[in-house]
Design a protein around this ligand. Structure first.
Ligand code: SF4
Length: 477
């Protein structure tokens, strides 16, 4: 729909990807709203459609080009509609996006999220444009999406980007190529941001980075330049402690730590700071040392398990989740058997299991001579699912009879008469409530039932009301 009457322009941001992308989407939306635009109800109602892409997930390119193909007739009928492709796939395939969808108005990469509103405005005046910066610029507001004004869907919870990029070189992963080298955000700027969020009524923050445990490695100089009184060389553990100490913050989460960099200080902070949630997402990827070496993961299965044992020994009631890839090139039956053993020993609360698929531009994508046949992968994937599900069910069943503190996230999608929330362990809980409860309210729930992916329970008490102001939607003409 074009802007034929004097009404605010409407935007829609669709995210195909990880939390980092979702967070970038929030910042893109925040900029549009700062320019007076309002959210559209759906694609048909939008004047600007942003497709924020991720190339980590499987089929991201098919999904992008499928969506672009579906938008083309609308663009043909309404040339004033603006289509923006942003994110990792745009960064990686800059020319290809233009080649395959010349009607796209703006192609922008991962390092220029802060320019979204400007680029859309410029393209309106000057026609289609592509802007891909090859490296992050060392400037807080530019490099870190958190330093831009947000448009958060959840008002009680916020993501805080603590680091961008990655210095590792996992053979299957495109992140270092599209997000660049690791840059940590200065410690004091982060603590300030958490304070501002808490002043705004946010009670839960999730610290985001590709490898949060290496946070701060590059910071000494920046910290000195900032002239603050934070630690000279802050560790991730210092950040956990500082975020947990901010008045009003009840929960601190983070994702993801690399197992090789999980330091004793991080485990100690998780154990000692009550606000830091007792949930650790520790990506295993494979249980075979041979495959781990081929992936360049920097740990063996035994070292991984050893760190996990230490974390469990120190952190009370810890939930552990993971990522596992099945069918990495060259994975043998013995390698896979080891993955099953390690998964069983780790006793995960849940696991994201992925069928390996090559990402163009990665080292693993060149290992075509040792690809594992699809039927073998499918059979292994099913065996792994059974092992993971068994421990997930057991660990969920062990919660029955307990009283859990739960943050209300809203009505259940399947049954709106039931409310949904999350525990500190990040477990989904469904419970009935006769009284209306605002999203962000902390309640206690007596757990009465368990399935592999959620718990059920009865509402007991309200522990803390939601603190954020209710956002009044901007009326659109
Ligand atoms: S640690 Fe490995 S998997 Fe994670 S972002 Fe860096 S390269 Fe990718």
């Amino acid at each position: 729909m074009s802007e034929t009457v004097d009404r605010p322009r409407r935007y829609l941001v669709r995210t195909f990807g990880c939390q980092m992308n979702e967070h970038d989407s929030e910042r893109i939306a925040g900029q549009f709203e700062a320019e007076g635009m309002v959210p559209a109800h759906d694609e048909d109602d939008a004047d600007v459609i942003v497709l924020n892409t991720c190339c980590i997930r499987e089929n991201a390119d098919n999904r992008l080009y499928g969506t672009l193909g579906h938008l083309k007739p609308r663009k043909d009928a309404d040339p004033d509609l603006q289509i923006v492709v942003s994110g990792c796939l745009a960064q990686k395939d800059r020319d290809l996006v233009r080649e395959r969808a010349p009607y796209v108005d703006v192609v922008m990469g991962t390092h220029n999220v802060h320019r979204a509103a400007d680029l859309v405005e410029r393209a309106r005046r000057e026609g289609p444009l592509t802007e891909i910066l090859d490296a992050a610029v060392a400037d807080d507001a530019t490099t870190f999406p958190s330093a831009l004004p947000p448009r958060r869907d959840q008002q009680h919870a916020a993501w805080v980007t603590i680091q961008v990029g990655c210095d590792n070189s996992c053979a299957f992963c495109i992140v270092p190529a599209v997000r660049g080298a690791e840059i940590s955000r200065p410690f004091l700027a982060l603590v300030d941001e958490v304070r501002r969020l808490a002043d705004d009524g946010v009670t839960e923050v999730t610290l985001l980075g590709q490898n949060v445990n290496s946070y701060g490695r590059d910071l000494t100089l920046a910290e000195r330049r900032a002239g603050g009184d934070g630690p000279v060389r802050p560790l991730f553990a210092d950040l956990l402690r500082a975020a947990g100490a901010v008045d009003g913050i009840r929960r601190v989460r983070f994702t993801s730590p690399h197992p090789k960099d999980l330091r004793p200080e991080t485990i100690a902070a998780m154990a000692e700071v009550p606000e830091v949630c007792n949930h650790l997402h520790l990506p295993l990827q494979s249980g075979s040392d041979r495959v781990l070496a081929a992936m360049h993961r920097g740990y063996t299965a035994e070292r991984y398990l050893d760190r996990l044992r230490r974390a469990r020994a120190e952190i009370d009631d810890l939930a552990v989740t993971t990522d596992i890839i099945v069918g990495f090139p060259g994975e043998t039956d013995d390698d896979f058997a080891r993955t099953l053993e390690v998964a069983a020993e780790a006793r995960y609360d849940s696991a994201y299991t992925f069928i390996y698929s090559p990402r163009p531009g990665t080292e693993a994508a060149t290992m075509t001579d040792v690809e594992v046949p699809a039927d073998v992968i499918a059979e292994r994937f099913e065996r792994l699912r059974v092992v993971v599900e068994r421990t997930a069910v057991e660990r969920h069943a062990a919660r029955v009879g307990r009283v859990e503190e739960v943050t209300v996230e809203g009505p259940s999608r399947k049954d709106p008469s039931v409310l949904t929330g999350r525990t500190s362990q990040n477990k989904l809980v469904h419970f009935a409530s006769e009284r209306p409860l605002r999203v962000g309210t902390y309640v206690t729930v007596a757990v009465t039932g368990a399935a592999s992916h959620h718990l059920r329970g009865d509402l007991m008490d309200v522990v803390a009301p939601a603190r954020h102001r209710t956002r009044i939607p901007v009326a659109s003409a």
